[in-house]
Write a protein that binds this ligand. Sequence first.
Ligand code: CA
Length: 228
Amino acid sequence: MTESRGLVLVVEDERHIAEVQRLYLVREGFGVHVEGDGAAGLAAARRMRPVAIVLDIGLPGLDGISFCRALRDADDWTPVLLVTARGEEADRILGLELGADDYLTKPFSPRELVARVKTVLRRAAGPPGERAGRHGRLTVDPAARTVHLDGEPVELTTTEFNLLTHLLKHGGQVLTREQLLAGVWGYPSYRDTRMVDVFVSQLRAKLGDACPIRTVRGVGYSAPGAGR
Ligand code: CA
């Protein structure tokens, strides 16, 4: 038996879709557990501690949005890849605001799913060996993946943390939304850039006026460079 890349929890009520997801993830070396309704999925997440969750929005029992909210309310920051159908854009944005890390729109190719799961996991692991740094009232430790505001810990999702550290790492530069999608989410080309705005809003809501991210009108976002 080869070593597993970790357990992925798939919460999906359409059995044929769940089965395709399971097959492709298993082929890539992941362990996979499937649940067909939201409440059972949430119980499995708590019991099994998966490395990532592939979460359908439209679920019987507890929908994906409520699932995400319950997970984050319990301080569970397991990366969540949201699966949405066309026409569920409002739900998708809400899901991202509630702490999902990325999304896929049905129909998607199984290869796209595998690539997205690997990307959220790579991002969750973070870049090794970087030292903690102070940014105004914030202390950001990339290795420990912690942020403190005036000495108090701030809970950030994987993606919020990655967006913040990516902008800080490129301090003094203005990054376009497309560059941020590529650098933080790993998208090779244009995608819905409003996702970037959603996550910047989340960071501002959590960090208040200590948030170092500035909007550069008509271009993108920036954080101050070192020593500023
Ligand atoms: Ca469904």
